[in-house]
Write a protein that binds this ligand. Structure first.
Ligand code: ADP
Ligand code: MG
Length: 349
């Protein structure tokens, strides 16, 4: 299987092994896919690029985990809209030296493992050669009942701010990888329940290389109209909270003691204040950050899919002002997360 068309047939056969999803009139094999939204639903569409040496390093990224991550980052965006993911398209550009390896098969193995977990159907994509770097583009189409989408705008003064899961693990994992850490290559599945047997170092590297998108949380918050505003944490809490508050034209106060710092970060040897800095500014945890009207506080689920949400602060009416509260003291919180074209590569992410 070396040619482009052999490969597309290989991918197509994988999709045909699965039960045909309702609403799919034409999947892989024509000039474009044809899908029908469920009656009364609206579609949400998102796309993401992963570029070698900007978003990942080839030598520390097992291909299967790259396939997983390519889909995971787009599923996370769909979750952040409060929608249910349904369809995906994936395009890969690889140099011929990589094409000759088992990279493509392994990449799709990781991709399909995650897609199957959430019943997301692959309906198309593209393949091309590149001069020397790997390029991956993923697109996901989701659905939700009309008017249930959750934007970054919508938070009001007095709303409570929640975040799912734990923060700081992914950027701690990136530091270990940069220092020569070796991620487990035999990672069987993206399901955290199957991540037994890994030590703390391996677990944080997997947080970086193989993030779990909060699909169940996104669907729940959207369906129940619980979140007034939402964003996924890809650039870091301080940056993504800035994005949410700017869109909503509000401010926010976060209580330091409440931030759910991932205990793994200290377990891999970082000091308490470093762990807090990673939880505040480190990116790629792909947790959901959302606001809720105070009267709906008790309706927020304790956990979804075994993942809790933590109340970390409150929306204020001082637009543009983010504050951190610690003990009795208050200081200004500046966004310090990742920015492309700020003269910083992935090593400073
Ligand atoms: P075109 O020249 O029109 O882009 P292709 O031969 O690339 O045609 O695509 C033919 C079909 O195969 C389309 O349905 C396309 O979505 C699908 N396809 C191509 N590459 C991939 C891929 N990497 N993964 C999934 N589907 C693919
Ligand atoms: Mg094509």
């Amino acid at each position: 299987m070396r040619g482009e068309f052999d490969f597309i047939n290989f991918v197509r056969r994988q999709t045909e092994k699965k039960q045909r999803p309702s609403g799919l009139a034409m999947g892989i094999g024509d000039d474009a896919a044809v899908v029908t939204a469920r009656p009364g639903n609206t579609s949400v569409v998102t796309t993401d690029l992963l570029i070698e040496d900007i978003d990942f390093r080839r030598h520390w990224t097992p291909p299967r985990l790259l396939g997983h991550k390519a889909l995971a980052v787009s599923l996370s965006d769909i979750a952040a809209m409060g929608a249910r993911p349904r369809w995906t398209l994936i395009s890969i550009g690889v140099p011929s030296s990589v094409w000759k390896t088992n990279f493509p098969q392994e990449f799709y193995r990781g991709f399909f493992a995650l897609a199957d977990q959430y019943d997301v159907a692959l309906i198309g994509g593209d393949i091309s050669g590149t001069p020397d770097r790997i390029v991956v583009n993923s697109t996901v189409i989701g659905e939700m009942k009309q008017q249930r989408h959750v934007l970054r705008a919508g938070a009001r003064s007095g709303d409570l701010i929640f975040v799912t899961g734990k923060l700081g693990g992914a950027s701690a994992g990136l530091r270990l990888l940069e220092a020569g850490g070796q991620a487990p290559d035999n990672h069987p599945s993206s399901r955290p329940s199957k991540r037994r047997g890994f030590n703390a170092r391996e677990l944080v590297m997997l947080r970086q290389l193989s993030p779990t998108p909060r699909v169940g949380w996104g669907i729940r918050l959207g369906e129940q109209r619980l979140a007034t505003a939402m964003i996924d944490i890809s650039d870091g809490l301080s940056s993504d909270l800035t994005h949410l508050t700017q869109a909503s034209e509000v401010g926010a106060t976060i209580e330091v003691e409440r931030i759910p710092v991932d205990p793994l970060v200290e377990q891999v040897g970082m000091k308490n204040h470093e762990a807090l800095a990673l939880a505040l500014h480190g990116g790629e945890d792909f947790e959901l950050l959302f606001s809720v009207r105070p009267r709906n506080r008790a309706r927020v689920p304790k956990e979804v899919d075994g993942v809790p949400a933590t109340l970390i602060g409150e929306i204020t009416d001082e637009a543009g002002r983010l504050q951190l509260q610690e003990g009795g003291r208050t200081r200004v919180l500046k966004p310090q997360g990742f920015v492309h074209f700020a003269g910083r590569g992935p090593s400073q992410k």
